[in-house]
Design a protein around this ligand. Structure first.
Ligand code: ZN
Length: 398
């Protein structure tokens, strides 16, 4: 069912009206003065007050009924394997379940749970190209899965990175999950990857499962990946002084994951805030993993960081949207003209003591998801996974 998600066939025009609150995803202006969003052929073409935008000849009209629209959430750290099945916990439809948690884009940090994963250079390159192709063709529920993230091994040479990049590979899996665990080798290969336009991330902290190893601050700083993958550990975190060294010792992305150490996530958040570096904070779940699959993991991180980390909820949403999109050069993640029309529409959960959605998140509650939209197409309505939203948007016209 989820495997034949509708793609736009002809010209389409989506109008979302009666929006109570628009979250932009942009740290510098997280709330927009708008009650209407228009998207044509999957891209945002209008944002503003109803009288100021052109909503004529809509093919789909959504009445938001005063609820909140945000960019679709981005999970910066997942481990997909084969379609919407994960062998790690032998679960199917996990990606579709994430969509019900508001996630519309996922970034692979390596297809490491593939049974029999090849570790020879020819095999790992082939698997990277295969995973990139397979997940670009298959969009479970419409979710965009950026996959094909090889785990580097010591035998690789520069030509391998050039060849993978030419074949469409744009990501490295977590450095440290394969044979390369030392700073100098990692730095050399991350440099090759960067030279050919391949983004990189690293496994930070203690081993995640038997067979993986410790990556400490010295290796992280020397490797100089674009993203410091799960700086709060996956699950075992580095000591606070090492986390601080990493925050201060580079300007790379600081990724906080659900399947990590929550106290260390809060420590990293406070450190980044002191440094005026909140733009470096991005969120992931690091699932599927030993801790399972968390369809609401990104919403839970937003709520945890906002409530315990004392960050306004509208800022915490930026960590999972605009920050990630900018860092990873994605065309989604911001409510901005020309961006992909990927949205999550939410309201405060029923019986939350808060007055508004933002207050409810600040109090530590999860929002209720009422609708998801990808490329201007409505993908889900009332979430089967979040607490029920007080109000849910309605499709009122085609
Ligand atoms: Zn990891």
């Amino acid at each position: 069912m989820a495997h034949d998600a509708p793609q736009a066939t002809g010209p389409s025009k989506l109008v979302i009206r009666n929006i109570g609150l628009v979250l932009s995803g942009a740290l510098e202006k997280p709330i927009l003065d708008a009650d209407t969003i228009v998207a044509e052929n999957g891209k945002i073409t209008g944002i503003g007050r109803a009288k100021d935008v052109n909503s004529e000849r809509a093919t789909t009209i959504v009445d938001a009924l005063g609820t909140t629209v945000a960019p679709g959430l981005i999970d910066s750290h997942v481990h997909p394997v084969a379609g919407d099945w994960t062998p790690r916990q032998n679960q199917i439809n996990w990606i579709d379940s994430y969509l019900h948690g508001g996630v519309t884009t996922m970034i692979s940090a390596g297809e490491v749970h593939m049974p029999g994963r090849p570790r020879d250079v020819v095999g790992l390159k082939a698997m990277a190209v295969f995973a990139q192709r397979a997940f670009w063709t298959l969009r479970p529920g419409g979710v965009k899965v950026h996959a094909g993230a090889p785990v580097i091994e010591c035998e690789m040479v520069e030509e391998d990175f050039k060849e993978m990049a030419a074949a469409g590979v744009k990501l490295l899996g977590e450095v440290g999950l394969g044979g390369v665990k030392d700073g100098p080798t990692a730095r050399k290969m991350v440099g090759w990857a960067r030279k050919y336009g391949i983004q990189s991330t690293i496994h930070t902290g203690g081993p995640s499962i038997p067979g993986s190893g410790l990556i400490d601050k010295d290796v992280v700083l020397e490797a100089d990946t674009d993203v410091v993958g799960h700086i709060n550990g996956g699950h075992t975190a580095l000591p606070d002084d090492q986390i601080r060294c990493i925050c201060e010792g580079c300007k790379r992305g600081l990724e906080l994951v659900h399947n990590g150490n929550e106290r260390s996530a809060l420590y990293t958040l406070r450190t980044a805030r002191e440094m005026g570096d909140l733009a470096r904070i991005i969120l992931g779940t690091d699932a599927p993993a030993g801790s399972g699959v968390q369809p609401l993991g990104i919403l839970r991180m937003i709520s945890m960081l906002s409530s315990l980390g004392e960050v306004p909820a509208e800022i915490a949403f930026c960590f999972a949207t605009g920050n990630t999109a900018r860092m990873r050069a994605l065309d989604c993640g911001l409510v901005e003209i020309g961006r992909a029309a990927d949205f999550v529409i939410m309201d405060k959960a029923q019986h939350s003591p808060a007055k508004t959605l933002l207050d409810s998140v600040r109090l530590g509650d999860l929002p209720g998801v009422g609708m998801t939209i990808i490329d201007g197409i409505v993908r889900t309505q009332r979430s089967r996974n979040t607490p029920p939203a007080t109000k849910v948007p309605e499709i009122v016209g085609h």
